[in-house]
Design a protein around this ligand. Structure first.
Ligand code: ZN
Ligand code: ZN
Length: 377
């Protein structure tokens, strides 16, 4: 049955944010800032005061395309509600806490908080990716995409977090309340490693323990290298800041475990480039032990494809990276695009079957679930 109130509310809520961001990007640009690499060179992907992708120029496309997408979604009542509930389990807090303090005996483990937020325990470090614990992925908490379920682990139940990595500044990946709370609860000890241009944003929030990196730069924490790698996406948060800060994926390489976090990305040759460039470094452990790859927010394809990948492409990314195992993220939590929240697992299952990939090689977690990872050959 057609219910007019819900689609209007949801679609307009997201349209508000999307149009807000798009208009923000259309505003006149301020005088150029400079971005330089450690060696003093201006990176080729920073030109005219903006960061650029390696393989496409502008994202997310013209405002007319965005409005066409939103109009179609509103007219067709998209996304439909999920037909099956998103799996949720109670977190195994004793196991997470015990592993958190195991030091060199730490077993590689991941716990899904929801969306792109994952607790990764490996190499003696407790790392959190793109933490969002807020009710909405939005500039304000009264409108915008609302989460489908509570975070799989409450922020207060997390172990002490050594490092937070941020992929880019979109609201579903960089949540101000979450990073403030993480900084406060560790009394500033949590290190935030972020793409170039975001250190100033953190400073404005009173967060000082921040390292910002350009693509291919890395920062070592207790013998673990965190390297920002290129992915195909974009950035914007408010008025006049489109493409002003960088975006990326993270290659995290340590003695016991190499892992990769794809952040938010369309499919591009950047993943092959990453594997090629890091091959000598990854050879010591035979590649990435695990990749966190986005598998949601991909419809309609005509609009989303340059900036978000679908599950078929996510399997290709796993091959491009040479990852021994992968877990799908960026699904099941916020209604951002036209597919229902429960579609990515179905599409992933079809893609795995078509490509002969097992559900152990590329798996999904329930929200709140912890998986201890077996060593892979
Ligand atoms: Zn994004
Ligand atoms: Zn996203």
């Amino acid at each position: 049955m057609h219910t007019p109130c819900k689609p209007v509310r949801l679609s307009l809520a997201w349209a508000f944010c999307a149009v807000f961001l798009s208009l923000a990007g259309c505003a006149p640009q301020p005088p150029q800032t400079s971005a330089t690499q450690a060696g003093g060179n201006t990176p080729t992907h920073f030109q005219d005061g903006k960061f650029h992708n390696n393989y496409v120029d502008t994202l997310p496309g013209p405002l007319s395309d965005l409005l066409r997408w939103q109009w179609n979604a509103w007219r067709n009542n998209l996304p439909p509600p999920p037909r099956t509930p998103i799996p949720v389990v109670a977190p195994d807090l004793p196991a997470i806490s015990a592993n958190a303090v195991a030091g060199s005996a730490m077993r590689p483990a991941i716990t899904w908080v929801g969306h792109a937020s994952m607790l990764v325990q490996a190499n003696g470090l407790n790392v959190l990716t793109d933490p969002i614990f807020s009710e909405r992925a939005s500039p304000v908490q009264w409108i915008g995409p609302k989460r489908n379920q509570a975070p799989g682990v409450a922020l207060a139940d997390l172990p002490p977090i050594d490092v937070v990595v941020i992929s880019h500044n979109h609201y579903d990946h960089l949540d101000v309340a979450s990073v403030r709370a993480l900084n406060t609860r560790s009394a500033g000890k949590t290190l935030f490693i972020v793409p170039q241009g975001l250190k100033a944003w953190f400073a404005d929030e009173g967060i000082q323990n921040v390292v910002e990196l350009d693509w291919w730069q890395s920062h070592a924490v207790a013998g673990v290298d965190f390297m920002l790698t290129p992915v195909q996406h974009w950035s914007a948060r408010g008025i006049n800041d489109r493409h002003k800060t960088l975006w990326g994926g993270w290659a995290v390489m340590g003695p016991a475990f190499n892992w990769y976090f794809g952040g938010d990305s369309g499919y591009s040759a950047d993943f092959k480039d990453t594997a090629t460039r890091l091959a000598p470094r990854l050879a010591t452990r035979g590649g990435f032990d695990l990749a966190l790859i986005p598998v949601g927010a991909y419809e309609p394809e005509w609009f989303m494809q340059p900036q978000h990948m679908n599950p078929t492409q996510a399997l290709q990314v796993q091959r491009d990276l040479g990852a021994k195992q992968s877990v799908g993220v960026h699904w099941g939590t916020f209604n951002l695009t036209d597919e229902p929240l429960d579609q990515p697992p179905n599409d992933l299952a079809k893609a795995r079957a078509a490509q002969g990939v097992t559900d152990d090689q590329f798996f999904l977690l329930a929200i709140g679930e912890t998986r201890f990872l077996k060593p892979q050959p």
